[in-house]
Design a protein around this ligand. Structure first.
Ligand SMILES: Nc1ncnc2c1ncn2[C@@H]1O[C@H](COP(=O)(O)OP(=O)(O)OP(=O)(O)O)[C@@H](O)[C@H]1O
Length: 626
């Protein structure tokens, strides 16, 4: 098979050769290099690039919102500077009223105004971050959904892809918000650090390096946190997947009846509890690691703050600065320290998110760059598959092995065989959903791209989807490009025998079906199956593949369907898969599959004459009805 995922359980590993060298990826590798002095230098060199990449992401999501947030940051920084200046004025008015430029009342009013300004800007910022975080999250989700839409079926079904998708889903929701918050925190605190440093340099330049010294260990600790967090997410994703699956089983409607009938809620809850316990053990270890890192960071910041305050006391004692200047310096030191705290936390947040975002980039790169759109082709002669083989990833033997089949234009061809003989797999190859590893698939005598085959063949699987939408949507969703004119919807419904159902529904074609989302009208299994058939016929392709189209139909409905299947198909060719031999005996040709190989082929009468597998299975089934 041409798919690059065929023999690899992990899409990301397979894709490492095609690894796209973008900023997130480059940065992620940087942050996973060895710890040491050189890595500090690398981290500091990479941080501006990381910030630039994050800024691009956030700005691409919402340019206006980003500018607004930046304005709030600037106003916040100016406000903080104003608080220090007003404090200095207040100290001057209080301690040296004779030489003060303003009186106590004016100074206090200025202090109150500046404090109110910084406070209210803080509240505005919080709401703006929320808005921006949501926009970034939406953009990331769009990219995830684009990727899943582009991924071919084999990729989609591989365990590696599913695990990557789960991990990306878990983080796509939270990380972009964390990056946005970190980025905005970083710009705001950077402004704050610059302004407060300018104030302190005016008092005593030595105070600035004392406070900045806390930064180096803080950044290193943040890198450590980033590594442990990514490794933790990698370890836990399989557990989260299993737990999510159990939660679906335990909460979703399709499973409710069987779970109650088997009293299986209790054992499933027990498994859920065991998974929770396993997750809790790992989470506790991770939380302890993070607490240690946070504790060490706080100690570093507290030490530098104490050192700066001691330095101020020393300056006052030695008479190098007066008391009002010392008071303003103490406030500036306190503000600078908290701005530095925000700065380091923000850098830490960005560092922590970088590997997750690189993971997202790898995931996005794992699907083909653009969705292949095919062209619908009429079937004039037929589709011919020669010497076709297909093996699923990680499987020892091929599911389809050197198969030859053909379906002529307008023909009804049946595939029969025991469970696991490869019928559905072969149907997916016919429909262009899987590419064969070996062999040829020719459409009207010529090779056709898989996308064209997919556009020209309609498939309804045994586990068809029951869309929780209106009946009309359930029919027309198979051909979104076509305007759903009343006549074609009606025609598909009539051919599939849905008109009787439509008449009974309160709003006809516009009745909501299913009860998962709204209080819609639910249908019986057989009625749903007819709706799925109408969906296949609405798409109007020259070839339809029907996998067990009558599995849920009652004997009368099944008889009606197959008695005049050609009229129902309206000239379309069909590949019919069924375990009910009564349904397939009218086919122009029947292929019998066994362990992935075609072992017999012919009309019903021809196959009954040769006493092979078909004749044996047919007699077994008809004996049951005698
Ligand atoms: N997604 C998959 N990944 C790996 N193996 C698969 C996958 N789907 C099917 N198989 C395997 O391929 C073989 C053929 O399966 P297939 O579903 O094509 O059989 P089938 O004839 O349609 O069976 P049934 O009559 O039960 O529907 C089986 O051995 C099955 O286990």
């Amino acid at each position: 098979m041409s798919s690059r995922y065929n023999h690899s359980p992990n899409v990301l590993v397979t894709l490492s050769n095609r690894y796209r060298h973008n900023s997130w990826n480059t940065l992620s590798r940087r942050y996973h290099s060895t710890v040491g002095i050189t890595s500090i230098a690398r981290a500091s060199a990479a941080t501006p690039r990381l910030i630039a990449a994050a800024t691009r992401e956030v700005a691409a999501a919402d340019r206006f919102g980003t500018v607004t947030a930046a304005i709030y940051q600037i106003v916040g920084a100016v406000g903080a500077l104003g608080v220090v200046a007003a404090s200095k004025l207040t100290f001057d008015a209080l301690l040296q009223p004779e030489s003060a430029r303003f009186g106590l009342t004016v100074s206090l009013l200025a202090l109150a105004f500046m404090t109110a300004l910084t406070g209210s800007v803080g509240a505005l910022q919080t709401q703006q971050h929320r808005l921006l975080g949501e926009r970034v999250s939406q953009r990331v989700w769009d990219r995830v959904l684009d990727t899943t839409a582009r991924a071919d079926l084999v990729t989609y079904e591989s365990a590696g892809f599913a695990t990557s998708l789960e991990r990306v889903q878990q983080n796509a929701l939270t990380r972009p918000f964390a990056v946005t918050t970190a980025l905005l925190g970083l710009t705001g605190s950077l402004l704050g650090v610059v302004t407060m440093s300018a104030v302190l340099i005016g008092v005593e330049p030595l105070l600035v390096p004392i406070l900045l010294a806390a930064g180096l260990p803080a950044v290193l600790l943040a890198r450590w946190a980033s590594r442990t967090e990514f490794a933790f997410a990698h370890r836990l994703t399989p557990l989260f997947r299993r737990r999510n699956y159990l939660r679906q089983l335990l909460t979703q409607r399709p499973y409710a009846a069987e779970l109650r009938a088997f009293h299986s809620t209790k054992p499933l809850r027990e498994r859920h509890r065991e998974l929770n316990a396993g997750i809790n053990v790992q989470l506790r270890q991770q939380v302890r690691r993070r607490q240690l890192i946070a504790g060490l960071t706080t100690i570093g910041v507290a030490l530098s703050l104490t050192a700066a305050l001691l330095a101020i006391i020393g300056l006052v004692r030695s008479g190098r600065i007066d008391l009002p200047a010392a008071g303003a310096a103490a406030i500036a030191v306190r503000l600078l320290s908290s701005q530095l705290g925000t700065l380091f936390t923000s850098i830490g947040g960005l560092l922590e998110s970088a590997p997750f975002l690189a993971d997202l980039e790898r995931f996005v790169a794992s699907a083909p760059p653009s969705p292949a759109t095919g062209e619908k082709r009429p079937l004039r002669q037929g589709i011919v598959l020669r010497d076709i083989s297909f093996r699923y990833p990680e499987q020892d033997r091929p599911a389809v092995d050197a198969v030859d089949i053909e379906i002529g234009a307008g023909e009804v061809v049946a595939l029969v065989g025991e469970n696991g003989s490869g019928k559905t797999t072969l149907a997916k190859i016919v429909a262009g959903l899987y590419d064969p590893d070996l062999g040829t698939r020719r459409w009207d005598g010529a090779d056709a791209p898989p996308a064209d085959i997919r556009a020209s063949v309609t498939v309804i699987f045994q586990d068809f989807v029951r869309y929780q939408m209106t009946l009309r949507d359930n029919i027309t969703i198979s051909d979104g490009d076509r305007p759903g004119d009343e006549e074609s919807v009606h025609d598909a419904a009539r051919r599939a025998g849905v008109l009787g159902v439509t008449r009974e529904l309160p709003h006809g074609l516009d009745t909501m079906l299913g009860r998962d989302l709204d209080e819609g009208s639910d249908l019986s299994g057989g009625q749903w199956q007819r709706v799925a058939l109408a969906r296949a016929l609405y798409r109007d392709t020259s070839l339809v593949v029907l996998d067990e189209p009558a599995a849920a139909l009652d004997p009368r409905a099944e008889h009606e369907l197959f008695a005049d299947v050609r009229a129902m198909l309206g000239g379309r060719a069909a590949l019919l898969i069924s375990h009910r031999f009564s349904s397939t005996r009218m086919a122009d040709r029947i292929y019998v599959l066994d362990a992935g190989r075609v072992v017999e082929c012919g009309t019903h009468d021809e196959l009954m004459v040769g006493a092979g597998q078909y004749a044996e299975l047919y007699r077994l089934q008809s004996a049951a009805y005698r």
